[in-house]
Design a protein around this ligand. Sequence first.
Ligand SMILES: C[S@@+](CC[C@H](N)C(=O)[O-])C[C@H]1O[C@@H](n2cnc3c(N)ncnc32)[C@H](O)[C@@H]1O
Length: 296
Amino acid sequence: MREVVNDRRLLVPAGRRLPKNRPHEGSEKTNRDDALRPQKARGSAGMVAELCAAEETHWWYAGLQNLIARIVRMPDCRLPARPAVLDVGCGTGANLRLLGQCLSPAYLGGFDLRRDCVTRARQKCPAAEVYVSDLRAPEMRQRRYDLVLCCDVISSIGLAQCRDGLRAITSRLSPEGMLLVHVPACPRLLGTHDSAVGTVERYRPDDLRSLLDELGLAPQILGYRMSLLFPAVAAVRLGRSCLSKRPNARPRSDLRASGGIGSRVWRAIVAGENLATSRGFRWPIGSSLVAVARRA
Ligand SMILES: C[S@@+](CC[C@H](N)C(=O)[O-])C[C@H]1O[C@@H](n2cnc3c(N)ncnc32)[C@H](O)[C@@H]1O
C-alpha cells in the first residue's frame, strides 16, 4: 500500500507529487518539531484501524513481512547477535513484532508520528519501546543501532523533508549496521490508492541510490519488487486514475480486497518472488523498491 526537498535533482526524478491534502490527523506535536512545517495528509484514524487489521491478513503485507524475514536471514545481510533494532515510522507494529521474532534483539525500538499508531504498535509488540517522534527531527534512545528499518515512510513525507533525519539516524549505525528501506516505485503510478494511504511520492531506483550515497551507505540490495504482479497492479492503478478524474470521485485504497483464493495465489507469487530476490535475482520493474545498505 505503500510510499524526499532541498535538492531538486532528487525531487524531479521522483516524478509527480500528489496535491497537498488535509492536515495529518492524529499526528502529535513533539517538543522538537516546532521548527518543522506541519506534515500534510497521512490518512485518518479509520485508515489506521484499517492498516492495523490489513497487516495481519492482507497478502501485500504478508509479502513485505516475508521479504524482511528473508533479508535479515541472508548470509550477506547477517547482523551481530542480539542486535539493536529501530523501526522508523513503525505504523501499527507488525514489522516490529516480526523483527523481535526473527532477531531476538537486545533492543527493539520504534517510533511513529501518530499517537494512535504508537498505541497500536505497543499492543502488537509489548516487548518493544515504541514512542512518538518525527523522522524529520528524530528522537533516538540508543547510541548505536545494528538495523534500521524504514518501510514506506519516506513516501509519506517526501524525500527532501526526511533527508536530515535519515542522516542523523544512519550516523548511529554500528560499523556492521544495516539500513533497510522500502518505498513505492514508479512515479507514473501515483494515484488514488496513494492518496488514500497518504503516499505523496513514488520513486525510481536512482532516487534511492542518490539517497544512500548521500548517507554514506553502499547498497547490498537495491531493486524492484512486486514485479510479477506489476502488470495487474499497473493496469488497476492507471485505470483508477482515469476514473478518478470524474467529478465526485473519492480516493480509494487497495487494502480492502484481502481474502479468497486470489489472495492466496498473490501471496504465493510474492513469496516466490521474494525467494528469488533473496537469492540475488534483480527484477526489471515492480511497484515497490527495496534497498539494503551498509556503511560504504
Ligand atoms: C505507510 S505507513 C508504514 C508503516 C510501517 N512502516 C509498515 O511498513 O507497515 C507510514 C507510517 O509512517 C508514519 N509517518 C508519517 N510521517 C512520519 C514522520 N514524519 N515521522 C515518523 N513517522 C511518520 C505514519 O504515521 C505511518 O504510520
